[in-house]
Design a binder for this molecule. Structure first.
Ligand code: FAD
Length: 463
């Protein structure tokens, strides 16, 4: 063991994705022993289940970085253990770890603010997080997860980058299904790259021919307000340039994926028909210097067979960990210390539900009109930047966390032995034998691009 620290310290990290793996890396390379627990078999978090699968190159790069950080002799990996479900926070505290770090991300969809609407989950209403998980994995042979039924003419409520992903998924899936019905086998990645407009042009088809209307994105602000560009906006000239770029990004995106956009609308009531959610009543808004204000008496009744809410993600609550509103209660933001404890910390998306990224610390960069036109490249950069920034923030936080842990008393030998035994029991339960690389190879899902490649190869073999 690479002993840069004095004493015997073992740190538990819950969640092994971008934030958790970086924390594990910082600790393990300084000689701390680390146990990384993840509820999933593979610790890839939002990279695997939030980043839509067409970003597969970025996904593979980021997952490889996580693997390199977790596959360290000082790190024990414990898959398939959910804090709060498989093991309680109280129990983990009693194990006697030097510190516990929560890197559990933000997986709960912010509830749609309409009374009783969640009664219609699966009955005309879906939320973004499980919907994207389904999209990323339903092609896998033997997929056993929840099934989502897609409908044309759906409503998407949102406005951020993730809601544009939801729109794109809906459009790709509905067009893909319609092409399949015509005997054309679609490759969603090819359509995504080329655009639905050009794909249909090449086939000599229109949305009308396919009997499709496309979905509609409803946003509380205007197109020019969409958080689509991290450009500096601190002078009127820069602000108007940023607004122009945002409008252009949205226009190009709409042209390419053929969905509709309705600005200045907030959802206020549900439309129910035969026990199903059959649409939303929106109130019009006005955007001014003071923010967004509803316009009295101006409503829009929109009937639709499906509504998908994409208004943000917040951390899941865990019994025993104090929360303040929708986030964990942090007593000291400097040290990420959870209220009421001196050795329990939160990092990454678990802190704020927003990846802990302050827009002002993002690299302000010029977005050329080329990038605004090439939505895929722009989005790829945006996600890459988020991951880079999350890692950077964790590095900064870990300096202070490590300083605190290093000052704690060493664990007695019997405590570290007992932690070791308990870990082994949990690892054996999931069949993990301690060889991380083998585990990854065994559990990596069948990829859509692999299925498509074998389909293309089969087609090119002369009969
Ligand atoms: C659609 C989308 C939108 C994004 N939006 C933003 C944004 O607005 N701002 C931003 O900064 N970044 C955003 N990002 C980027 C990204 O989410 C973060 O930068 C980064 O990936 C978060 O990493 P994390 O490790 O904190 O969380 P996650 O990637 O969510 O990882 C959490 C890990 O914890 C595990 N876990 C969760 N609960 C438990 C439990 N109870 N017990 C054990 N393990 C658990 C999960 O399985 C997972 O592996 C977005 C990414 C996507 C794909």
């Amino acid at each position: 063991m690479d002993n840069h620290i004095s004493g015997n310290h073992i740190v538990a990290i819950f969640g092994g994705a971008v934030a958790g793996s970086e924390a594990a890396f910082q600790l393990s390379t300084k000689g701390f022993r680390v146990v990384v627990f993840d509820q999933a078999h593979l610790p890839y978090g939002k990279i695997e289940d939030g980043l839509p699968k067409w970003h597969h190159k970025l996904r593979d790069q980021e997952e490889q970085k996580i693997d390199e950080k977790i596959d360290h002799p000082n790190v024990s990996y414990v898959p398939g253990v959910s804090l709060g479900k498989d093991v309680s926070f109280e129990e983990i505290r009693q194990w006697g770890f030097s510190a516990i770090i929560l890197a559990t991300g933000a997986w709960r969809d912010r509830p749609l603010p309409i009374d009783g609407i969640d009664d219609y989950l699966g009955k005309g209403l879906y939320y973004q997080n499980p919907f994207v998980i389904w999209f990323n994995h339903h092609h896998e042979p033997g997929y056993h997860g929840p099934e989502f039924r897609i409908s044309d003419n759906a409503i998407v409520i949102g406005g951020g980058l993730a809601s544009l992903d939801v729109v794109k998924i809906l459009m790709l899936e509905t067009v893909g299904d319609a092409l399949t019905k015509r005997g054309i086998q679609p490759d969603l990645f090819e359509i995504e790259k080329k655009g639905i407009d050009r794909t249909l042009d090449t086939l000599g088809l229109t949305m009308d021919d396919l009997g499709l209307k496309g979905c509609t994105l409803y946003y509380r602000r205007r197109a020019i307000d969409m958080p689509l560009s991290p450009m500096p906006v601190n002078t009127p000239e820069l602000l108007s340039k940023a607004e122009m770029v945002r409008q252009k990004i949205l226009d190009n995106f709409q042209k390419k994926y053929l969905f509709r956009f309705v600005p200045c609308c907030i959802p206020v009531a549900k439309i129910i028909d035969g026990g199903q959610l059959n649409g939303i009543i929106f109130q019009k808004t006005r955007v001014g210097k003071e923010g967004v204000a509803p316009v009295p008496g101006e409503f829009l009744k929109v009937e639709a067979p499906l509504t998908i809410s994409s208004i943000g993600s917040i951390p899941e609550k865990i019994d025993g960990i104090p929360a303040l509103g929708n986030v964990f209660s942090i007593s000291n933001p400097e040290t990420c210390l959870i209220d009421g404890f001196d050795n329990v910390f939160a990092i990454g998306n678990a802190v704020t539900g927003k990846g802990n990224i302050n827009e002002s610390v993002k690299h302000s960069r010029e977005i050329s009109s080329g990038i605004a036109e090439n939505f895929l490249e722009w989005q790829h950069r945006e996600y890459q930047e988020w991951h880079r920034q999350t890692t950077k923030n964790v590095d900064r936080d870990m300096d202070r966390i490590i300083d605190r842990i290093g000052r704690r008393q060493s664990l007695p030998e019997n405590v570290s032995e007992s932690i070791g035994k308990r870990i082994k029991v949990l690892q054996e339960k999931t069949g993990y034998d301690g060889n991380y690389q083998n585990w990854v190879r065994k559990n990596i899902p069948v990829r859509y691009e692999t299925l498509m490649d074998s389909r293309h190869e089969a087609r090119s073999i002369p009969k």
